[in-house]
Design a protein. Structure first.
Lengths: 190, 191
């Protein structure tokens, strides 16, 4: 009988449990609901990592919200070799001009992608543009970006789960964990 | 915005710097390679004897980046230079990018194998004759500094360094009394 691969065995340490994440998401949802009461809020999720966070956060917000999705190419991806420039792989499906917009991110580390997104979205003339991230890894920051809503500030470790991946794997874990060094070290050798 | 008019890439001292330049280009962050040199040590005659040229300047972020993916000995030297720079130029924002930072960045972009190839001496370009001073291995000071930050700098006898510090203090006092701008000196090319 074939053994099923166990994703959790690749995790060295669980940094945030499912319960901790859900409690924080509820807290963020309540804060956002208060801050945007009476306003017309659009949540913009940045694929793919923020998908679980977006799904939970939007349901933790009690005011009416619109949602939209964006995806940008990442450095080192197969689509980047020819142009050498970041590309919008999926753009917004509706105008955000005059809208209150909240970018929903899974993690901010260098701030490079978010910096690009902010400049891009500002060009679409929203009334306000704010940022909500589940995880903040300030030790890696290159571009200082003011973050309006932060779930957890985490140490400088490579984390996966709850949307975060390594090689497109581990996104479906319900918790956030530190990936064992052997997992990516062996990948580097190959 | 990225400077699309940049004619050719500069001659990077290390392959990791070239990779960082590509990352910055990718995300539309304009950069300059070693555009400014900061004097950090003067001799008894007031001549600059040591300076520091951070690898990158990101103008729109007003941030300098210094890559230190080299040998540990050089990392110590850069750390010392960075401390000196921060003492003399407290308004200059600079981030030191260690080998572990570079590896983490490459891991994030799924290019860890490349990081291993670019990190350390393997990633160094053949040094040209006019390589900036911070890229050249120099001996560390033999003894721990005792007096002030000046003594952390280039190797010299303790007596010489104390004389230098004392003379510079006197010069600063005199310049201050005369109402002249003193220390730190102007940022070259950055006004």
């Amino acid at each position: 009988m074939q053994t099923k691969p166990d994703l959790t065995s690749d995790i060295g340490e669980i940094l945030l449990t499912e319960d901790e994440i859900q409690a924080k998401v509820a807290e963020l949802g309540a804060r956002i609901s208060d801050d945007y009461a009476g306003k017309r809020l659009t949540l913009v999720s940045v694929l793919k990592g923020s998908l679980p966070f977006m799904a939970d956060l939007m349901r933790a917000i009690s005011i009416p919200v619109r949602i939209d999705l964006m995806e940008v190419s990442s450095y080192g991806g197969t689509t980047t070799e020819s142009s050498g420039l970041v590309r919008i792989l999926k753009d917004l499906s509706a105008s955000i001009a005059g809208e209150d917009v909240l970018i929903v991110e899974d993690i901010i580390d260098t701030g490079l992608t978010l910096n690009y997104l902010i400049r891009y979205l500002r060009g679409k003339n929203p009334a306000t543009l704010r940022i909500c991230t589940l995880l903040d890894k300030p030790a890696r920051r290159l571009v200082d970006i003011p973050v309006d809503y932060t779930g957890f500030t985490i140490p400088d470790q490579f984390v996966v789960g709850y949307g975060l991946d390594y090689g497109e794997i581990y996104r479906n874990l319900r918790f956030v964990g530190v990936l064992r060094r052997e997992v990516y070290a062996s990948g580097a050798e190959g | 915005m990225t400077d699309q008019t940049r004619p050719v890439s500069p001659a990077f001292a290390h392959a990791s710097e070239a990779e960082m330049a590509r990352i910055l280009d990718f995300y539309g962050i304009a950069w300059e390679y070693e555009p400014h040199t900061f004097p950090i040590l003067w001799n008894l005659d007031g001549d600059v004897v040591e300076s520091f040229s951070p690898d990158f300047y990101l103008a729109e972020l007003d941030l300098y980046l210094e890559m230190t993916t080299l040998r540990q000995k050089l990392v110590r030297k850069k750390n010392r230079k960075l401390r000196r720079l921060r003492e003399l130029y407290p308004d200059v924002r600079i981030k030191l990018f260690y080998a572990r930072d570079f590896r983490a960045l490459m891991l994030k972009y799924g290019k860890l194998a490349l990081a291993d190839a670019l990190t350390g001496t393997a990633g160094q370009a053949a040094p040209p004759d006019d390589l900036p001073s911070e890229h050249i291995a120099e001996p560390e000071p033999a003894a721990a500094p005792a007096l002030e930050a000046d003594l952390e700098a280039e190797p010299a006898s303790s007596a010489t360094m104390r004389r230098t510090a004392s003379r510079r203090r006197r010069r600063r006092k005199a310049a201050a009394a005369a109402g002249a701008p003193t220390h730190p000196p102007d940022r070259p090319g950055n006004e």
